[in-house]
Design a protein around this ligand. Structure first.
Ligand code: ATP
Ligand code: MG
Length: 199
């Protein structure tokens, strides 16, 4: 790198630093966030669980609600519950395979009752509502009831929602929304879901 390149680089970085510093100065509000992780790409639940691990690493209190029960164990559950993270898991009913709408709806409602209690717990710093979006799209849970519970949560609590096709109302009440786009997925080339990577 020539001297002039270096100078130019330094100027650009300096300017960037000023812009970032200014944005940090402007971010003054302190309250829990609503984060929505949606889109068709892989990484929504991974990101949600990663945030729970981050909070636990800081000694915070976290809870997880899993709205879809897969037929697999879940590595995060083993690890995080050993660290005091409370899990509510849909015990029966809705998986991708079930075809009994009434039974699925009943399971969703049952899990939601427990989620609602969590959303009022002032000791919780972060709650992950994994795969919640489908419960809304399938009309298993009432949208405005879910929205109200989230908006009325204790002030310091953050809520993370994952799942494809997040309802626009969920996007509306969120502070941060990431849409994960799929560019490629191993499944499409016939690769099996992998322990430690996919679950
Ligand atoms: P992950 O749990 O790996 O972060 P996710 O939460 O973003 O995935 P889900 O729609 O909940 O995605 O999918 C759960 C399972 O489906 C995971 O095993 C994941 O690898 C797989 N999966 C995710 N995205 C795709 C995709 N675009 N095509 C095929 N399978 C996918
Ligand atoms: Mg997921």
């Amino acid at each position: 790198m020539s001297e002039t390149d270096n100078e130019r680089h330094k100027k650009r970085q300096q300017k960037l630093k000023e812009q970032v510093d200014e944005r940090i100065r402007q971010a003054q509000q302190e309250r829990g966030l609503v984060v929505v992780l949606t889109g068709n790409g892989k990484g929504k639940s991974t990101s949600g669980f990663g945030t729970i691990a981050r909070a636990v690493g800081h000694g915070q209190n976290a809870a997880v609600v899993q709205f879809i029960k897969g037929n697999w164990e879940c590595g995060e559950r083993e690890l995080l519950s050993a660290h005091g993270v409370e899990f509510v898991v849909m015990a029966t009913g809705f998986t991708w395979e079930t075809q009994n709408k009434e039974a699925d709806k009943a399971s969703a409602q049952q899990v939601w009752q427990q989620a609602k209690v969590m959303l009022t717990n002032p000791n919780l710093d972060v709650v992950l509502l994994d795969e919640l979006t489908y419960m809304i799209s399938y009309h298993y849970l009432e949208l405005e009831e879910v929205v109200a519970a989230i908006l009325q949560r204790p002030q310091q609590m953050s809520v993370i929602i994952t799942g494809r096709g997040a309802h626009r109302r969920l996007i509306e009440i969120a502070d941060t929304v990431s849409e994960i786009q799929s560019r490629k997925h191993a499944f499409d080339s016939g690769l099996k879901a992998r322990k430690g990577i996919d679950w």
